[in-house]
Design a protein around this ligand. Structure first.
Ligand code: MRU
Length: 353
């Protein structure tokens, strides 16, 4: 799970996408084989693969799978085009909040319109190449973002993180955890506090797994312990990832992020968001317009197959919340750090380089 990726989030082999089934972690390391694009859409929807950049990469490979399916069925060029349009629509619907999914599909659709008229074999090869590029670029961007963010991590820091914004959520290395990794690689001594992140426990299952895997000192806490640690002066900074960042700098991330940012402001603790540009959605003026996914009540009612609550109780389970830009000290990206993010600064970031 280092940059060299001993444990890959996903890999392609012989017209098949193998995805590390994150629902089974930390107990079992198993790869889910997807040979049809609806299987990829299902794996995203059911969260076998999760994390904003990772679902974008999976969707891109889903389009390549769709093209190879069309090829196997002997589709001609117009049939292939219609089949790929259907695949893009189905993949797009699999999860609504993380913009990386739409971003990756738009990039492949752009490639398709720039290369319209190619024979099906070349279309399939071209889509696969584009998906592989998206995967490799994500890893490279996370490494850059990590270096940019590490400058904000003082030696000896205690860092609080929420959910999993690590190698497993991305093409490798991670965003928020990429910053942690880069700080450690620079020789800094850090300690990570991990929110367990109910209901699906991405912190306990995945972030803890990554930290153990790389020997980075870490402590797991329940979500409701975070405020107490801040009050005790045990947290020096908070680092989270993002699922979608609106043009004004509002950030959608895992449910519970907003509460952390409010508490951080009260305790004067710097609150940082680490995300690649593929997570910034300049088409949305503010976080108000971000669609927040609601998950099934079962995820709250059961844990490891065990019922936690009496039958008949109502459940509300939004998967994400929106943190207003005003609570964010900086957004860390591969192109640099944007302090006190706002629309003007984010537009300038895209214009850079
Ligand atoms: O529901 P998930 O597990 O897909 O949610 C993931 C998060 O909220 C992450 O913090 C976010 O995608 C950033 S991943 C680099």
């Amino acid at each position: 799970m280092t940059a060299e990726n001993e444990l890959l989030t996903m890999y392609w082999d012989n017209e098949c996408l193998y995805m590390l089934d994150q629902r089974l972690l930390p107990h079992r390391v198993e790869y889910l084989a997807c040979r049809k694009y609806p299987e990829v859409a299902g794996a995203i929807r059911d969260m076998a693969v999760r994390g904003a950049p990772a679902i974008g990469i999976a969707a891109a490979f889903g389009m390549a799978i769709a093209a190879y399916e069309g090829l196997a069925k002997g589709y001609d060029q117009p049939q292939m085009q219609a089949h790929l349009t259907g695949a893009a629509k189905e993949l797009f619907k699999s999860r609504p909040t993380a913009v990386n999914l739409a971003w990756a599909l738009e990039r492949l659709n752009r490639w398709l319109s720039d290369n319209a008229g190619l024979p099906p074999q070349e279309t399939a090869a071209g889509l696969l190449l584009e998906a592989e590029k998206i995967y490799a670029e994500d890893l490279a961007n996370n490494r850059l973002l990590g270096i940019n963010g590490a400058a904000l991590v003082p030696d000896g820091s205690c860092i609080l993180t929420h959910c999993n914004a690590g190698a497993l959520a991305t093409g490798g290395y991670g965003t928020a955890l990429g910053v942690v990794r880069a700080a450690v690689e620079e020789g800094k001594d850090v300690h990570v506090y991990i929110d367990e992140t109910r209901p699906l426990l991405q912190g306990a299952r995945l972030t803890a797994f990554e930290m153990i895997h790389e020997n980075i000192p870490a402590t797991l806490i329940t979500d409701n312990c975070a405020g107490y640690l801040m009050k005790q002066g045990k947290i020096d900074l908070i680092l989270v990832g993002a699922d979608r960042i609106a043009a004004n700098g509002d950030v959608a991330n895992k449910i519970g992020t907003y509460a952390l940012a409010v508490m951080a402001a009260y305790h004067a603790i710097p609150f940082y968001v680490a995300a690649p540009l593929s997570t910034i959605d300049l088409t949305l003026p503010s976080g108000e317009e971000i669609v927040i996914e609601e998950r099934s009540p079962e995820e709250v009612l059961y844990c490891g197959g065990q019922a936690l609550a009496p039958e008949g109780i109502n459940v509300y389970s939004p998967a994400f919340d929106v943190t207003p830009a005003g609570l964010i000290k900086a957004i860390i990206t591969e192109k640099g750090v944007v302090y006190s993010p706002d629309q003007e600064k984010l537009y300038k970031l895209f214009a850079k380089g």
